[in-house]
Ligand binder design. Structure first.
Ligand code: FUL
Length: 607
């Protein structure tokens, strides 16, 4: 149907003899368009300006703030990625209360909750018929519990939207890697989730994709997964490995300043994605996914808006030792301005703990964060900013600002139901008898916030310097966000000063710690929290008292998900060990020898 609409729309375009300008409100493309190859650049730009979201994408973008709940067997093992061999008996939350999750999230401004119904370890949070590796084999509620149902019921009670994360990568399923069999198994799981729990608003398929048993690679049948969603939950958006919602490209909570929802990136679930994207030189992390330069060679365009997923803690799952590491209010507020304020939806992860509750530390921070947003955004200092402004290239509009009210944030919104059009804008304030530029930017899209130096003024001027057809500016606002101080973060993961350390070898990295200590844990912290091809993924960890005889303490360690979330990972040793020397033999995600710097290692020693 979508294809027919698009075909008709394309024909309609070809047949139109009216000028491009006249077409701008009469002919739209929903979610996808194909260029015939005959268009001039001007026509291509005009078509791009008339690409609009599907109704469910629009509703999704309007949510702005959504919550991720990573919960499962990892909550009980302390791991980030389980390997599928975990005993379901470990899953035993003592006070699980999905209403506490949803009530907390509702009160703090979230519009949807998305649960890891199954993570890479394959453990299912609902009593599935497809595998025994589920809550039904756990002691929780004597195997009669269903986390998905409890969450669904709580969402219904609190009028919260509901989504599911179902990991395609499954390290438990014996059929993983046997492609047709696993695809059938996966569709059965998906069918259960999309049939038995009422309305589902988002289905999240992770891109992490490992090897199957014996190194066999699973070929996912994305088309069949797609059709299953279309059939059972046609209103749900399909995220990441899907064509409705795009991964922003990092797990740090940082969007792009130039963020096009109309992008040239072909979603990974389409067979043609690899060749299309390679031809254009684009990939999910690329800086520009929709500018004119990249549009020039594009053969098709997708309305494929970005979602910024990030955890409130360093890890995605709850870990006791991270209770002190809940992100600060300043950090969360920066994330907010760089996600919601950068034309993206924020998907903030708040992982329930072993009790099955959102921990007090996270609840307190969520409340602080909500109060801060409320205080900031309840008081718009601009008068008449909601009158629709149809802006041609070069147009300017002046807005009155409340008297004596400091501002430091300007917020702009386009009516994206008519496409994303603005390519360049600037912000001026009236100061000392003249206009002074205080901010500028490229894209606006659904929402763009620009932080400007704190100022008091009585007029603000917005200039639309470049736009694809006329822009539809539907909201201009200005706010004051109280500046936040970052509390000093002490390096919590190294308590033995490095000035006494000596590097003995680089590959593998071995270190003389300078004295014999009782070692409880060690940490790997990639420099600048950046992923690089030489970084460590699988490792073995050794200790020694003399630097000659080594004891292997960890034989098959994995810095799970470090490629996407390159934050410090602390590994507790099975037992405290006496050690003067440590050694890490590690390989990269591509299985070549990893390079670890001494500064990237920390140790936790007992006093
Ligand atoms: C990643 C996963 O590997 C992480 O564990 C987490 O679920 C994150 C949201 O996506 O790809």
């Amino acid at each position: 149907m979508k294809k027919i609409n698009q075909f008709l729309a394309t024909c309609a375009l070809a047949c139109l003899t009216t000028s491009i300008q006249a077409q701008q409100d009469t002919s739209y493309f929903i979610k996808h368009l194909t260029f015939s190859g005959e268009e001039t650049m001007e026509e291509k730009v005009s078509m791009a300006a008339r690409l609009v979201p599907s109704p469910q994408q629009l509703a999704w973008q309007q949510m702005e703030l959504t919550a991720f709940l990573h919960f499962g067997i990892n909550t009980f093992t302390g791991k980030e990625w389980g390997d599928g061999s975990e005993d379901p008996a470990l899953f035993n939350p003592t006070e699980l209360n999905a209403e506490q999750w949803v009530k907390t999230l509702k009160e703090t401004g979230f519009k949807m909750v998305l649960l890891t119904a199954k993570h890479h370890d394959g453990f299912c949070l609902w009593p599935t018929k497809t595998t025994k590796h589920s809550v039904a084999s756990s002691p929780w509620k004597n195997g009669k519990g269903d986390v998905v149902k409890e969450l669904r019921d709580a969402c219904t009670k609190y009028n919260m939207k509901f989504g599911v994360y179902l990991s395609p990568w499954d390290r438990n399923a014996s059929c993983y890697g046997n492609s047709p069999e696993y695809n059938k198994f996966f569709i059965e799981q998906l069918t259960e989730l999309l049939t038995n729990y009422g309305e589902v608003h988002e289905v999240w398929f992770d891109g992490a994709n490992g090897e199957g048993p014996n190194g066999k690679k699973q070929e996912y049948d994305w088309d069949a997964f797609y059709k299953t969603i279309q059939r059972l939950q046609p209103k749900a958006v399909m995220a990441i490995m899907g064509d409705d919602v795009r991964w922003v490209g990092n797990e740090k909570g940082i969007g792009r300043e130039t963020e096009w929802s109309a992008t040239v990136l072909t979603p990974g679930i389409y067979a043609r994605s690899a060749s299309n994207n390679a031809r254009l030189g684009v990939y999910p992390k690329a800086a520009d996914l929709g500018g004119r330069d990249i549009l020039k060679n594009a053969t098709e365009l997708f309305w494929y808006p970005s979602e910024v997923d990030v955890s409130i803690r360093p890890g995605w799952f709850w870990h006791e030792e991270e209770n002190q590491k809940v992100k600060s209010l300043k950090h969360l507020s920066d994330i907010y301005f760089q996600s919601v304020g950068y034309n993206s939806v924020l998907l903030l992860n708040i992982p329930p703990d072993r009790r099955g509750l959102i921990h007090e530390a996270d609840v307190a921070r969520l409340k602080e964060f909500a109060e801060y947003r409320q205080k900031t955004f309840q008081d718009n200092k601009i008068l008449h900013g909601t009158a629709l402004w149809r802006a041609s290239q070069g147009d300017k509009r002046t807005y009155s600002v409340k008297a004596n009210a400091p501002i430091n944030v300007v917020m702009l919104q386009e009516d994206i139901s008519k496409g994303q059009r603005v390519e360049n804008f600037s912000i001026e304030i009236w100061k000392d008898g003249q206009w002074a530029t205080v901010g500028n930017g490229t894209t606006i899209g659904y929402k763009r916030m620009v932080r400007i130096p704190e100022t008091i003024t009585d007029s603000l001027k917005i200039s639309i310097n470049q736009t694809r057809l006329d822009a539809n500016i539907q909201h201009v606002a200005a706010y004051y966000a109280a500046p936040l101080e970052e509390k000093a973060i002490t390096s919590a993961w190294n308590n033995l000063p490095r000035n006494t350390w000596k590097k003995l070898s680089s590959s593998p990295l071995s270190i003389d710690l300078g004295k014999t200590v009782t070692l409880k844990a060690f940490t790997y912290a990639p420099l600048n929290e950046e992923a690089k091809p030489t970084m460590a993924y699988h490792y073995q960890f050794f200790v020694s008292l003399d630097g000659k005889e080594w004891k292997k303490v960890i034989a098959d360690g994995e810095f799970s998900n470090i490629m996407h979330n390159p934050l410090p990972q602390t590994v507790a040793l099975p037992h405290p060990e006496s050690a003067r020397f440590i050694k890490i033999e590690a390989t990269t995600p591509n299985a070549s020898p990893a390079l670890i710097e001494t500064e990237e290692i920390g140790v936790t020693i007992l006093p």
